[in-house]
Design a protein around this ligand. Structure first.
Ligand code: G3P
Ligand code: CA
Length: 298
């Protein structure tokens, strides 16, 4: 049993070890004298590439699977086709998650950026995951935004490999604006744009200061204050995370005057979910939202 799930209590001279709720466990984790985690609520659960443990990643079916699991936040990856359309794909090639090799055998290495929107529209992105998903298309960003809006879901949108797509930040923001995702005074209630590229995150912040942003990675503690000028979130892989690092990020004020946040990825088992929740993270990005919810609430 992870030690932070239990606490020894003494009542009327009797000592016993009791199990703590996830929230109590996170509060109890703070060492004497240490700054307690800023967030003591259960972390927000974010479906990674949709609920991609249950449906093919980055498809409308994966967003629907997340909705069926009552998961409001959905993460996905956006890239650009040869003719400038914005489509959802994790890898920079279409090979792993579509039938592109079968349909276009002579077009190796099947880069997203070498295919037109019409060509990609004709591909099939579901049967690699399961025959029941055969025929599932590669969604455009617009398709996905419409699906999320219909389901009342929120979006953690990753600009994937933006160095391959100069200018994609402005194009993505234009699409988000056209679909009404920037209408609210605080679009961060339902939208965060993140990237592994600090330059890209900074560009998004400069182009659309109202938009909430996230940097994927683990900047050195000495660099965090600089990141706080353009990113609201620092989102590291869970293997890099410590409670102290989470506290240091959350102690800073982000560009919108709020404490910076930490969402970590990709947490697919209960034990790790309890561990990172104990560190006080604000969000957990997972392929299995139900597993994480069962472990830590949220
Ligand atoms: O949102 C975090 C996560 O998506 C980053 O990694 O490779 O799954 O895009 P990756
Ligand atoms: Ca991603």
């Amino acid at each position: 049993m992870p030690i932070h799930l239990a606490r020894t209590v003494t009542v009327a001279g009797l000592t016993a070890t009791v199990l703590l709720s996830p929230v109590a466990a996170r509060t109890a984790l703070a060492a004497p004298g240490a700054t307690p985690p800023a967030a003591v609520d259960a972390p927000v659960i974010i479906a990674h590439r949709g609920a991609s443990g249950y449906a093919p990643e980055n498809t409308l079916a994966a967003a629907e699977a997340a909705a069926r699991l009552d998961t409001a936040w959905v993460e996905t990856d956006v890239q650009r086709t040869a003719d400038g359309a914005l489509v959802l794909m994790h890898d920079t090639t279409l090979a792993r998650t579509t039938n592109v090799e079968e349909v276009f055998p002579d077009r190796a290495p099947w880069n997203v950026s070498d295919f037109t929107a019409e060509e990609i529209e004709g591909l099939e992105a579901g049967s690699w995951f399961g025959e029941e998903f055969a025929g599932e298309p590669v969604p455009t960003l617009g398709d996905f935004l419409a699906e999320l809006a219909e389901n009342g879901q929120r979006l953690l949108l990753e600009l994937k490999q933006p160095q391959l797509y100069p200018g994609i930040e402005a194009e993505v923001l234009a699409e988000l604006a056209a679909e009404g995702w920037l209408d609210e005074e605080t679009p961060g209630e339902r939208l965060v744009v993140q990237s592994f590229s600090a330059d890209s995150v900074r560009t998004v912040h400069e182009l659309a200061p109202a938009v909430k942003t996230g940097f994927l990675g683990t900047p050195a503690e000495s660099e965090l204050a600089a990141y706080a000028s353009f990113t609201d979130q620092v989102n590291p892989t869970h293997g890099d995370l410590t409670a102290d690092y989470v506290r240091r990020v959350q102690a800073l004020t982000g560009p919108h005057g709020e404490p910076m946040e930490v969402s970590t990825w990709t947490v697919n088992d209960a034990e790790t979910a309890v561990e990172v929740a104990g560190y006080g993270v604000d969000g957990i990005i997972t392929n299995f939202p139900d597993v994480v919810r069962e472990a830590v609430g949220g």
